[in-house]
Design a protein around this ligand. Structure first.
Ligand SMILES: *Cc1c(COP(=O)(O)O)cnc(C)c1O
Length: 361
């Protein structure tokens, strides 16, 4: 690849579009004639205000975000949202129902338990999260303050193929590892949030898209940073925002718009994941771990069934400039994250190694 770059299937932080990296490099020392780097820029300057305003406007365009939703750019990563969601949304019954479909929704559930009456409405833990539970409205307590899901489980490699019907109960969804890889109807959700370092930008910014009637319910003892209202009232400028990550995210949004938006990206993502799954399924050595209908198009999990062979395959990949195909330490095996910015040529290179390895067995 150009610049002697490697094929990087990291689960996060992960690849960024080369076009964006080049643009950012070009502007690194002198952004747009300002004579300064975005890294050095006051977040209160007119130039930076333009950067964050454009980033928000372009994200709104890409995701078709309705006007009654606020877009927040926060710090603290995905993990802080595990706490902020219950701290802000447990507002009436202090009950919330979680669908636990993998490692990340389990973590979110465990954290929420500190704050209220939290119930597992459905889980696929019985089969090591190899599928996504299919639930209907009656799975949820009618007085729950919210229902929570992780739309794409990064570690276990499964995804929702439907948006659960929660009736009037706000649905909260973690889209950290799939935001902007498929079109979602934002109006079906109360809150969508996503850490940027999987599919959007460098680590440091977390995007929160929240319906405005859900803001303002945090306890008065809630630390100011952890209250969505602090950020919503000041358009993500309550304190210094993660300026650099927001700027790069903004460049990624522009790039996505230039190639045809989320629908076009989805088409490419489906093609990349599809050909990789096809190669795995066609081999005698490798097996996908997730039920076909619930397979993620971002995190492709597979195994040989033999830990030594998995290890050997990881090493062969590395020799061929294909990195980060080792499964998460909690599940083992192999995982290739085919996020938006991973070029199709990287997927083709991995498929070639899969075929070669399979033929040698
Ligand atoms: C990575 C990830 C998280 C955690 O993000 P951090 O920023 O590391 O706290 C949460 N949810 C999902 C789906 C993730 O992929």
């Amino acid at each position: 690849m150009k610049y002697d770059r490697v094929y990087n299937f990291s689960a996060g932080p992960s690849m960024l579009p080369l076009e964006v990296l080049e643009k950012v490099q070009k502007d690194l020392l002198n952004y747009n004639g300002t004579g300064e780097s975005v890294m050095e820029m006051s977040h209160r300057s007119a130039e930076y205000q333009q950067i964050i305003d454009d980033a928000e406007a372009n994200l709104r365009k890409l995701m078709n975000i309705p006007d009654n939703y606020k877009v927040l750019f926060l710090q603290g990563g995905g993990t802080l949202q595990f706490s902020m969601v219950p701290m802000n949304l447990l507002r009436n019954s202090h009950k919330a129902d979680y669908i636990v479909s993998g490692n990340w929704s389990k973590k979110a559930y465990q954290e929420a338990c500190k704050f209220g009456d939290i119930k597992v409405a459905a889980t696929s833990e019985d089969k090591n999260y190899t599928y996504v539970p299919k639930v209907t409205k009656d799975a949820f307590r009618p007085d729950a303050d919210y229902v929570y899901i992780c739309y794409n489980e990064t570690v276990h490699g499964n995804k929702f193929t439907y948006v659960p019907d929660t009736g009037d109960i706000p649905l909260v969804a973690d889209l950290s590892s799939c935001i902007l890889s498929e079109e979602v109807d934002v109006s079906k959700f109360g809150v969508i949030w996503a850490g940027a370092q999987k599919n959007v930008a460098p680590a440091g910014v977390t995007i929160v898209i929240i319906r405005d009637d859900l803001i303002g319910f945090a306890d008065e003892k809630c630390p100011v940073y952890l209250n969505y209202k602090s950020h919503a009232d000041k358009d993500s400028m309550y304190n210094t925002p993660p300026c650099w990550s927001i700027y790069v995210a903004g460049e990624v949004f522009k790039y996505l718009l230039s190639i045809g938006g989320v629908a076009k990206m989805h088409e490419i993502d489906v093609r990349k994941a599809g050909k990789l799954y096809d190669a795995i399924d066609a081999s005698k050595t490798f097996h996908g771990t997730v039920e076909k209908e619930d397979r993620s198009i971002m995190n492709i999990c597979f195994v040989t069934g033999d830990a030594d062979k998995d290890k050997e395959f990881v090493a062969i990949c590395k020799e061929n400039k294909i990195i980060n195909v080792k499964g998460h330490r909690s599940v083992g095996g192999l995982r290739a994250s085919t996020y938006n910015a991973v070029p199709e040529e990287a997927v083709d290179a991995l498929i070639e190694q899969i075929k070669k390895y399979d033929a040698a067995q």
